[in-house]
Write a protein that binds this ligand. Structure first.
Ligand code: GTP
Ligand code: MG
Length: 273
């Protein structure tokens, strides 16, 4: 029995982890993985059929990590194939295309699908999430800026990286941070270390800033119905002012959101008797 001792010591340093990629079809999930594992870029779109599976080994500090990568198909057609693969993941790459707003807006529903499929196993605190704002090389068609993407990610305790599978920008840094966080989490008894999730602002603040940025008019910005009374406008304003006042809120974009709310209130009150 003693003869197995050196092997056991080696095993203690090695780690097996499972990671998955999520995001709409064509955002670049497979290309990001290919860029990292094979150091190349394929410009032609080859849709993933169901799932692609690969294994890679990485070194994090004194540990060798064997990473099982499940690259999911983003197309809704493959839902039945995907849903089997959510369980037991330690890491998730959440990818969107910075030139397609709907792919950014879809991140919430990807998280929703994952939670639903994991059912009672859905302990999101035991999973490292990295958000990849991909295709940053295509600067002219960009519609989701860094502030907006970072806010969404960091308010949830997720990492945020700007990436381009085409140029390689951000890819190695992103994977290094991803694997190192997963290792930290495993060494921390399977819980994501707290320092990563405390960003100094709440998800409510981040979501409100996002809603304000995307609002279509002043009524919408204050969250009141068109034709609301002065009292209703002032009540909504006070609530937002408390939430977003730059003295109280350090979330990126809070100052602009606060100013926008002040302007919206002023312009609405001008027209309400
Ligand atoms: P599904 O497998 O269908 O879910 O798509 P996917 O997210 O895996 O997308 P894939 O990696 O196959 O890339 C889709 C298309 O976008 C391909 O034509 C890629 O060449 C292109 N692409 C991926 N990443 C980048 C990038 O960073 N920059 C540019 N310019 N094109 C990219
Ligand atoms: Mg793919």
């Amino acid at each position: 029995m003693e003869t197995g001792a050196p092997k056991r010591r080696e095993n203690k340093k090695s780690l097996r982890v499972k990671v998955i990629s999520l995001g709409n079809a064509e955002v670049g999930k497979s290309c990001i993985i290919k860029r990292y594992c094979e150091k190349r870029f394929v410009p032609k779109y080859l849709a993933t059929i169901g799932i692609d599976y690969g294994v890679t080994k990485v070194q994090v500090r004194d540990r060798e990590i064997k990473v099982n990568i499940f690259d999911m198909a983003g197309h809704p057609f493959f839902y039945e194939v995907r849903n089997e693969f959510y369980k037991d993941s330690q890491g998730v790459l959440l990818v969107y295309d910075v030139g397609l707003r709907e792919s950014f807006d879809a991140l919430d529903s990807w998280l929703g699908e994952m939670k639903q499929e994991m059912g009672s196993q859905a302990n999101m605190d035991s999973i490292v999430f990295v958000v990849c704002a991909n295709k940053v090389d295509l600067t002219k068609r960009r519609v989701v800026d860094e502030g907006e993407g970072r806010l969404w990610a960091e308010s949830r305790g997720f990492h945020y990286f700007e990436t381009s599978a085409q140029s390689g920008e951000g890819i190695n840094e992103m994977f290094q941070a991803f694997f190192s966080s997963i290792t930290d989490m495993c060494e921390n008894g399977g819980k994501r270390p707290v320092s990563e999730v405390s960003v100094g602002f709440t998800k409510e603040q981040a979501d409100t800033i996002r809603r304000i940025r995307n609002s279509k008019d002043s009524w919408d910005m204050l969250g009141v119905k068109p034709g609301a009374t002065r009292e209703e406008v002032n009540k909504a304003y006070r609530k937002l002012a408390v939430l977003l006042h730059p003295d109280k809120c350090v979330a990126p974009g809070s100052e602009d959101a606060f100013k926008a709310v002040v302007n919206a209130r002023t312009s609405l009150l001008k027209n309400i008797k």
